[in-house]
Write a new protein. Structure first.
Length: 91
């Protein structure tokens, strides 16, 4: 992730990034930052009509975790939440 003068503002405001890019969550985890929160969707159907309910359900279900800082991964049948920052990485 590229850091700039305003890069911490998303984390400070507790914004939530909604993405289909699974690498975004991985990169955020590697930074060991506590935000921004991320909802990442694992689905082949990326039409807005399909994603709308997944996004609404994830936001409502995990609102406290998203406010704290979390990566939520959702698909049609399940979801997983990991609180940020994600533990130490061994490399």
């Amino acid at each position: 992730m590229h850091r700039s003068a305003g890069s911490s503002s998303c984390a400070t405001r507790r914004d939530v990034v909604f993405t289909h890019d699974l690498n975004f969550g991985t990169l955020l985890a590697l930074t060991r930052d506590s935000g921004p929160s991320v909802i990442q969707v694992r689905t082949h159907d990326v039409l807005p009509a399909h994603l709308e309910q997944l996004a609404i359900t994830a936001t409502r279900t995990y609102e406290p975790q998203l406010q704290q800082g979390a990566i939520v991964t959702v698909d049609e049948s399940r979801s997983r939440v990991r609180i940020l920052p994600i533990g130490s990485w061994k490399g």
